[in-house]
Design a protein around this ligand. Structure first.
Ligand code: GCB
Length: 688
């Protein structure tokens, strides 16, 4: 048994901060004996939120920085015998900092009292993107700081029992500072991953309301992931003084705000910090429980109980680290690979005091499965996998990227209706609640980082990117649905610097999790790309007859086959198509097929289907097909987008376009093992 004791560094540091502000000197934090860099936002200056660009006023002074606090977001807050969760979701107060005075909220200390006392506020839904909930163009297109606040009460028993009190925000895009009762508790850079604030020392007695303030910034620069750029329009004959825009070249709207649930929760002072599980297909389950012991506490011990889906106990072990064997294991299988896909056990970890009393308890869902990959492809539980999937977005009307459980249920219902067995979290990590559903429904996930359309490659970005990968892996490492880590989407990997960049980020990811292949969705030519050598399997995005040879549907099959064969021959690694597609305006019909019509989208899919079948019948190890996109989604305004990207096989409100029926026909045929799955669509192949 390995006892992991953490020096209660964060707490001590926090205490110091509460007594007096700390000048910027941010030591590293010892966690489980490993030295971690302190909070990335606090690397000695404040510029990681609104970066070097001198035209944007500095927003925070070093002395105002929150205390150094290493956070990976923590285990998802759950009610257990020893923990309690309260939702803080609802309607909060909200105000924008003026675009031309981003510093205002910090200068006027809007966090020190309710926002409503320092000016006008509007109602804001949490979780939701703020952009589309009003009729205000300035709110939709805002660039800079936005301020949220609400009140919460701390349950009396948490305080009486001396519990830790934490606030966890599932995702705040892009960066945020979290205040409780006017004190900056933590800050986080990077949307799509959780933000954890230990507010134990900041909360008031139980009969007094606490003010929770969150300052959110959506500015993207060359050092953020994803990248963007603040561009100044300096010709004052054409633009007002100081005019700037947020430039970004990825193809989805840069929605911002508090995107996922905000939960207040308690844990005991000694608590389970992390659980790691690695399984195989014979019922063997290796586990590690990492806990943090409160100052002065020794002699804690761990135990593990495993329950089947009916919550009957199937195994027990008294150890913090070890191996359990489950007899008659029910394996985790993807949808349509087994009559009972997505079978999950519950592993309940406990830590106990020397007298045997329970200190903390935390359950995770576990799927028993073995994943392997190599020159012959990817297999699960010894059976070869063929990926029938799509790229998606977290995107919907009004909410933008805000979490919505009804939408999650609808999307999984549609994925299964299509016969899909996988999706890629294009182009950022999705909500944990979505990932839970993927585990439970048996839908495999290629788990992608927010590194979309990387434009430059240097050491600063590589270390930010590596940090994001570590946070992502730590959040999702126990999920049976996750079959691969995707480092990036469409990096400009023709640049020479991409070689060492991808080698580094790939190595960091493999170190964090050696049990899954590392990949990326590539868009460069097979000859110019420099990322593939560092990847285990190769996915490429290809838009033949859409972005190249537009209108020439007759070329799709040949071009896809030639291209994928070249990648395979060069690297001898499994290859697949992670994106292909065409925009289709719902209701636009043109026969013979013409770009933007529903017929064109259908024909383009049929051309790709034919190519995939040819590849499957060839010597190429072709591991799967993923169309773009599941549903129409919002983008920034542009002449190439009509009310957003229309490449969905469903509309944005999740209604079917005709192509969805072609996909359903093919995917269900593929799942049942038909060799020519597209044959049933033959009547539609009128052209060419
Ligand atoms: C791509 C990108 C995706 C875009 C898509 C398109 O290659 O990966 O983000 O939305 O093309 O529709 O242009």
């Amino acid at each position: 048994m390995k006892l992991f004791i953490v020096i209660f560094f964060c707490l001590v540091y926090q205490l110091k901060y509460l007594c007096n502000s700390v000048e910027a000197s941010f030591p590293s934090v010892l966690i489980n004996g490993v030295e971690h860099e302190t909070f990335p936002i606090s690397r000695g200056d404040e510029t990681r939120i609104l970066r070097e660009d001198a035209r944007i006023p500095k927003t925070r002074r070093n002395k105002e920085l929150p205390p150094a606090q290493y956070t990976w977001g923590g285990l998802y807050p759950r009610d257990t015998a020893t923990r309690e969760v309260k939702s803080l979701d609802g309607i909060w107060n909200f105000r924008l900092s003026p675009k031309d005075d981003p510093d205002k909220g910090f200068r006027e200390e809007w966090y020190s009292a309710p926002l409503a006392s320092s000016g006008d506020v509007i109602a804001m839904a949490v979780p939701s993107s703020y952009n589309d909930v009003t009729q205000d163009k300035d709110l939709r297109d805002h660039v800079g700081w936005a301020w949220y606040d609400t009140f919460f009460m701390t349950p009396r028993r948490w305080l009486e029992d001396g519990e830790r009190v934490l606030v966890r925000l599932g995702s705040v895009h892009y960066s945020c500072v979290v205040y409780v009762n006017g004190v900056a508790i933590t800050a986080h850079e990077g949307g799509h991953l959780p933000v954890l604030a230990d507010v134990t020392l900041a909360v008031k007695p139980a009969d007094q309301a606490n003010l929770l303030t969150v300052a959110v910034n959506n500015v993207l620069t060359n050092e953020t992931i994803p990248q963007g750029e603040i561009q100044y329009k300096t010709d004052e004959t054409m633009y007002p003084p100081g005019y700037f825009i947020q430039y970004y070249d990825f193809d989805f709207f840069n929605y911002a705000g508090i995107h996922r649930p905000v939960l207040l929760y308690s844990t005991p002072q000694s608590y389970i910090d992390d659980i790691t599980v690695v399984t195989d297909a014979t019922g063997v389950l290796n586990f590690t429980i990492d806990y943090v012991a409160a100052a002065g506490v020794t002699d804690l011990s761990c135990s593990v109980d495993v329950f089947d889906a009916n919550m009957s106990s199937v195994a027990h072990a008294d150890a913090c680290q070890g191996t359990i064997t489950i007899s008659n294991p029910q394996l985790w299988w993807p949808y349509l690979m087994d009559p009972k896909p997505g079978y999950l056990y519950t592993l309940r970890a406990s830590i106990k005091a020397a007298d045997g009393s329970l200190v903390d308890q935390y359950p995770i869902r576990v799927g028993l499965r073995a994943l392997s990959w190599g020159a012959t492809g990817i297999s699960l539980n010894g059976k070869p996998l063929y990926i029938r999937g799509c790229g998606k977005h977290e995107d919907s009307d009004i909410r933008g990227k805000g979490f919505d459980p009804a939408l999650v249920v609808k999307d999984f219902s549609l994925l299964k209706w299509l016969g899909a067995n996988a999706f890629r979290t294009s182009h950022y990590p999705y909500a944990e609640e979505i990932m839970d559903q993927a585990d439970a429904e048996g839908i495999m996930v290629i788990d992608e980082s927010p590194a979309v359309n990387l434009r430059t490659f240097d050491e600063t970005l590589a270390s930010r990117h590596s940090e994001v990968m570590r946070e992502l892996v730590r959040r999702d490492k126990n999920r049976p649905a996750v079959i691969s880590w995707s480092l990036a989407n469409e990096p400009r990997s023709y640049q020479a610097a991409a070689t060492s960049y991808f080698a580094e980020v790939s190595a960091v990811t493999k170190l964090a999790d050696p049990t899954r292949p590392v990949t990326s969705a590539l868009s460069q030519d097979f000859n110019s790309d420099n990322a593939a050598p560092s990847l285990d399997v190769i996915w490429v995005n290809r838009y033949y007859s859409w972005y190249s040879d537009t209108g020439h549907l007759e070329l799709v099959q040949q071009q896809v086959v030639t291209d994928l064969t070249r990648w395979y021959n060069k690297y001898n690694k499994p290859v697949g198509v992670s994106e292909y597609g065409a925009d289709a305006v719902p209701g636009l019909h043109m026969d013979p097929a013409y770009t933007w019509s529903e017929e064109y989208q259908m024909q383009l899919f049929l051309g790709n289907f034919a190519a995939f079948d040819e590849l499957r019948g060839s010597s190429v190890v072709f591991m799967g097909e993923m169309f773009w996109n599941f549903a129409d989604f919002m983008t920034q305004q542009g002449t190439g987008r009509a009310g957003g990207n229309k490449k969905g096989v469903f509309t944005r409100s999740r209604q079917p376009k005709p192509t969805s029926f072609l996909v359903r026909d093919r995917y269900l045929n593929l799942a049942s093992g038909k060799q020519s799955p597209q044959e049933s669509c033959r009547w539609f192949k009128s052209t060419p």
